[in-house]
Design a protein around this ligand. Structure first.
Ligand code: SOE
Length: 386
């Protein structure tokens, strides 16, 4: 690895730290085709951005994304700002010839996602949406096992993504609870991850029947936010997104699925769980135990069958050989590093890694169908965008 590649980064909060760390770690642990140069970090609050820049070694800080994404010395734009900003930044970056990595979900609407995808395709740049959980070694292992036919023909998907960080009705009205900024609530924030995993592991979703609820209708306006913690003031405002979303789904391949996404499931902190049942076996995963994959096989001898837990930390498992010896374990942050590594390899190979903007647009079509079904109370077919 000799060549360098320069990154402009938009955002500086929770995801800002997760991505900054990934840009730092990628070349230190993996044999990547380019060494990333952390050139400029961009944020509206330049002072706050400066702190993150200093912590992670970004060379410069800038208050205008318009300036950052058009700089001739920039090769990659990484977007970690809230959803309502994704479209304009991604399109400007693609039109300036930059490769674009964007946090999930790709956009706040299907129309915006399509515009981003078309701009990236037209400019012939590499694009990728960061649905990071695909890049957990245990999940990538599940993908390999399914592809090898180890659970046979898939019949059921059961996906639940549960958190509890907004259960207190006095938790402030942060941007993730405002439709104009986030697009939707639990649905787009965490349900989108379940949709991505289901599409990755099972296949395309054909139709959905959904319902959503907003349990807490009003919250204090925020005065400050760090990560998922916030403080609020006296004034209050309306919650304009779902607190919880549930939906049934049919898949093109005949499988059926149930999904649940909520940030009000008391005691569940980052419970991104799925169970897949096939004709020869089953696979189950829960991010709260992210180094483990559960597996049941009908091919085991009768009388000895049962769920087993695979500790997905062997150098044989996807991504693991770059890190620590078997059994030493990985964390949330590693999934972001894996995304950056795959993105750099995609640039070298001149092929967008999955999920690219086209794939992210298909997930957006599922989100849109869910919202339409929740509003109308009827099954809605998912638009096929490809
Ligand atoms: C908040 O619910 C959040 O940070 C999501 O926005 C992330 O995508 C998820 O990985 C963890 O939870």
């Amino acid at each position: 690895m000799t060549e360098t590649i320069s990154v402009a980064f938009i955002g500086y909060k929770f995801m800002g730290r997760a991505h900054s760390n990934a840009w730092r770690q990628a070349a230190a642990f993996f044999d990547v085709p380019y060494r990333p140069v952390l050139k400029v970090l961009c944020g509206r609050d330049v002072q706050a951005a400066r702190q993150v820049a200093d912590d992670f070694g970004w060379e410069e800080v800038c208050g205008s994304w318009e300036e950052a994404v058009t700089r001739p010395d920039i090769d990659i734009v990484d977007i970690c700002s809230p959803g309502n900003t994704h479209r304009d930044i991604a399109i400007a970056a693609a039109q300036a010839g930059k490769h674009v990595l964007c946090e999930k979900p790709l956009a706040n609407t299907l129309a915006d996602a399509k515009a981003m995808w078309y701009a990236a395709a037209e400019a012939n740049v590499i694009s990728m949406v960061n649905f990071n959980y695909r890049r957990t070694p245990a999940v990538a292992l599940a993908k390999q096992m399914i592809a090898n036919g180890q659970i046979g023909e898939i019949r059921h998907w059961r996906g639940t993504y549960l958190q509890d960080w907004i259960v207190d009705p006095e938790f402030p009205l942060v941007w993730r609870l405002q439709q104009g900024i986030a697009g939707s609530g639990a649905l787009g924030d965490i349900g989108a991850h379940s949709i991505d995993l289901a599409r990755y592991l099972v296949g395309e979703i054909a139709a959905v029947s959904a319902l959503t609820r907003t349990f807490v209708k009003e919250r204090p306006l925020p005065t400050a936010m760090t990560g998922l913690s916030a403080t609020g003031g006296q004034a209050r405002g309306p919650v304009t997104v779902d607190d919880a979303a549930l939906w049934l789904a049919t898949f093109d391949n005949g499988a059926i699925g149930t999904f649940e996404a909520t940030r009000m499931a008391t005691g569940r902190r980052n419970y991104n769980r799925f169970e897949i049942n096939g004709s020869r076996g089953s696979i189950a995963f829960n991010f709260e135990r992210m180094n483990e994959l559960e597996y049941f096989s009908l091919d085991d001898p009768p009388g000895q069958q049962g769920w087993r837990t695979i500790l997905a930390t062997d150098p044989l498992h996807p991504y693991v050989s770059a890190w620590w010896p078997a059994g030493h374990g990985l964390g949330y942050e590693h999934t972001f590093t894996h995304a950056v590594v795959d993105f750099l390899k995609g640039i070298a190979a001149a092929r967008s890694p999955q999920p690219d903007f086209a794939d992210g647009t298909q997930t957006q079509a599922v989100l849109e169908a869910i919202l339409r079904s929740a509003q109308s109370g009827v099954w809605v077919s998912v638009e096929r965008v490809g």
